[in-house]
Design a protein around this ligand. Structure first.
Ligand code: NZQ
Ligand code: ZN
Length: 389
């Protein structure tokens, strides 16, 4: 394994009733709380009322910041930062999925910084040598794992760039994870978020070193758990055990633990982010379209790992087959799973318009040097065309 330093400052409270039990205590020392959320699902499913009851019982001043969109924009971040300053907010409570959590991490930084936030923290990796605004999160949809990392993926609409940075200083102070809060998530978003989890684990697993290591062994266990429970959760939306497993799988996939001692290959995320910057497509759905084709481009450069993936994750039999055949059958099994859970399998199905400039999008993608086969912009363009179907 490669050398590493590990830190994660987020304290996690997991399980049914955790918001009722702990939120009051966790917000005790703050007076003005910005309650940030998305398009309103929390008002329909009762989560908003539950939280407001707790906060108002403590006489908190609550400043609402709603309408955080999927693929949150830099403009929305700056709007939130302005509201924080105007209302003298001393803590942000983000209630939602990756979009709300990411937007709020960026707000907590932007509200305490006078310079050019985009340039100094998203264009380049910056240095946070000041205290950012305290942030706590309540997760309502499983997928990104944003609750236990410092990552914030923000879309700059003017520049047409969607990009993420992971700053340990931006890790939430606390994360409340109640799997029952995700019962009302639609099948479509459940499949999308579930595939995002799988994608995070795969993109971590397919990276050096290839010899046996505990991070990869954990990844195999997590991938099998996601596959099993995602099928159950889609069939039976109120299956608490399946939702619990997926919720913790998502956190484990992105809390840095399975990345320790490893290189990773987040090239598909880079491609999806730029597709998102140009089309605002759904994150997990975009990943589902791209993965099998990308893997068919790189598997020969990491053949033993792709073979292991086929055998250990998809139970492909080895008998009478070459290493290459086994590896390819693993990728086929992944593609079949994507189909089974109802995710799109082409850019056309993803809703992209015929006249979209795929070359321009391909040219705007970041290249990950630690891929088994680092891409060129030409090859990314080839992959996009193959994914058009
Ligand atoms: O906005 P509302 O009305 O709340 O509806 C949301 C939204 O439409 C809905 N939803 C959330 N909780 C619900 C619910 N519907 C019913 N019942 C509930 N309990 O779900 C929809 C999707 O929410 P969103 O937050 O956009 O999805 P997700 O969690 O997949 O986040 C996607 C964003 O996170 C970024 C993505 O790129 C994308 O911008 N990512 C963040 C990462 C990180 N910080 O570590 C890593 C990821 O790879 C990813 O890039
Ligand atoms: Zn993702």
């Amino acid at each position: 394994m490669n050398n590493f330093i590990f830190e994660n400052k987020t304290k996690v409270y997991f399980g049914k009733g955790c918001v009722q039990e702990y939120l009051g205590c966790l917000t005790k020392k703050y007076q003005t709380i910005m309650l940030a959320y998305g398009g309103g699902s929390i008002k329909k499913n009762g989560i908003y009322d539950e939280i407001m009851t707790i906060l108002t019982a403590q006489n908190k001043k609550v400043v609402e910041f709603s309408g955080i969109m999927s693929n949150p924009t830099y403009a929305k971040v700056m709007q939130g930062a302005e509201l924080v300053r105007k209302e003298h907010v001393d803590m942000i409570l983000a209630v939602g999925g990756g979009s709300v959590m990411d937007c709020c991490k960026a707000i907590s930084l932007a509200a305490r910084y006078e310079g050019d936030v985009w340039n100094d923290f998203w264009t380049h990796k910056g240095v946070i040598d000041f205290d950012i605004l305290p942030l706590g999160v309540i997760v309502t949809v499983t997928g990104t794992g944003s609750e236990m990392n410092g990552g914030a993926v923000i879309t700059n609409e003017e520049l047409k760039i969607k990009t993420g940075r992971d700053y340990p200083a931006c890790n939430p102070m606390f994360a409340l994870l109640d799997p029952a809060y995700t019962f009302t998530v639609s099948k479509r978003q459940m499949a999308s978020g579930g595939f995002d989890i799988l994608s995070h684990i795969m993109e971590t697993y397919f990276g050096e070193p290839n010899e046996n290591n505990v991070s990869d062994d954990l990844s195999v266990a997590l991938m099998k758990n996601v596959i099993k429970n995602l099928k159950i959760a889609i069939e039976d939306p109120i299956n608490y055990n399946a939702r619990s497993n997926l919720m913790w799988d998502a956190t484990m996939a992105e809390n840095r633990i399975i990345k320790l001692g490893k290189q990773t290959d987040f090239e598909v995320h880079q491609m999806e982010h730029q597709l998102g910057a140009y089309t605002n497509c759904n994150h997990g759905e975009g990943l589902a379209v791209l993965h099998p084709t990308y893997y068919r481009h790189i598997y020969q450069y990491g053949l033993s790992k792709f073979k292991q993936f086929a055998i250990e994750v998809w139970q492909i039999s080895e008998e009478g087959k070459s290493e290459e055949q086994i590896a390819l059958e693993g990728i086929d099994a992944l593609e079949k799973f994507i189909h089974e859970i109802g995710l799109p399998s082409s850019l056309k199905q993803l809703g992209l318009q015929e006249d979209i400039d795929l070359k321009k999008i391909a040219d705007s993608c970041n290249i990950i040097p630690t891929s088994y086969k680092p891409m060129t912009h030409e090859e990314i363009y080839e992959i996009f065309k193959e994914c058009w179907k």
